[in-house]
Design a protein around this ligand. Sequence first.
Ligand code: AMP
Ligand code: GLY
Length: 426
Amino acid sequence: MKVLVIGSGGREHTLCWKIAQSSAVDEVFCAPGNGGIAGDAICIDIAGDDIPSLIRFVRDNGIDLSVVGPEAPLVGGIVDAFTSEKLAVFGPDSRAAALEGSKIFAKTAMHDCAIPTARFETFTDADKAVSFIRGADFPIVVKADGLAAGKGVIVTSSRDEAIQAAQDIMVKREFGNAGSSVVLEEKLVGEEASFIAICDGEHIVPLASSQDHKPAYDNDQGPNTGGMGAYSPAPVLDENTYAHVLDTILYPLVHGLRKQGITYRGVIYAGLMITDDGPKVLEFNVRMGDPETQPLLMRLKSDIVPILTEVANGGSIKNMKLEWEAGPSVCVVLASGGYPGTYEKGKIITGIDAANAIEGIKVFHAGTRLQGKSLVTSGGRVLGVTALGDDLKTTIEKAYRAASMISFEKMYFRKDIGHKALERLS
Ligand code: AMP
Ligand code: GLY
């Protein structure tokens, strides 16, 4: 069969790499892909949100399955468009994808389904939001309602900062129309974890647990990024907590949505805070995490294509299971100096082949492109150096040994990926 992956980041490189290993798959295409994906799939020059061109490509080339990586095309209705053309596509439709597209929709769904989450209020009027902040007796997180490329959430530490954030979003429209409404919610305290699962509208097959590292610098300092590294499994999600999340969060959500006439087919990702009162949802995403996908799929022993195909074709995954390597996987993201703010592009990258030659290492590309014969940087998060090993300590060491072989001008990375898990295990 022929498979098309839509997107251009580290998550999509990992998906292409994993899908290409399936015995059912003859060819993998990626639109638009990146400099490294070209080694695992045939890259085609169509933007991930150019739905009419993607549909034409799928028809003309007899693609059997399309897998959508990022949230923007999902929220924009790519699955609805493919489905109405009777093309098999993996991902939630736009009504379901509103779980990520609108934080107000997501919080309302959590409230309606009695899912544990932070206390919240929603506002469309900036003055009312400000007076709520003045009266609040808890630290506040300000969230733009709509998609803001992962930047629309401001965790504040004072009332003044919260007021400023609400005004920046609602009045200055820092994130455009995504900020015409906001959610103001209670700041939760605890350790974060990612719970990612595949859903057929009724049944759920959870992936292994994982944890992301959002802040740019060591010890969780600095601005939030898309994720500077990840590992799987996440010891903070022990077996009991994992089962508890399925029972109190994911099943109530999927069954609650079904009652509203929304059939959730695709990946559901709960961003969790493990608090003293148990796991609570920070947000839902409607796609795989990036960079969580990198360590997760490194650990996945099963072929991923049968489950993706079943969900895309509206079938049941009730009897499906995914098998995982017992050992951990760790991904260290190599980023461009300045990211998540402004950064330069076009820096020549060296050392990837040497890193890939280490047993149990795979370097996934995110912001790279080919310039003639050279591979150069083209984004903030450039590479995800991913290690699979037997125990966490040596796997972390292996990931950093591989990372140290790679260089490009102004490259930086966190030096403490996986350390929270190491402390928890020690
Ligand atoms: P989100 O896009 O909603 O996941 O938010 C991005 C990041 O902001 C999360 O990964 C958390 O680190 C942080 N965050 C979001 N909501 C809260 C909250 N209620 N309490 C504490 N931190 C939060
Ligand atoms: N790593 C966080 C995300 O994918 O949203």
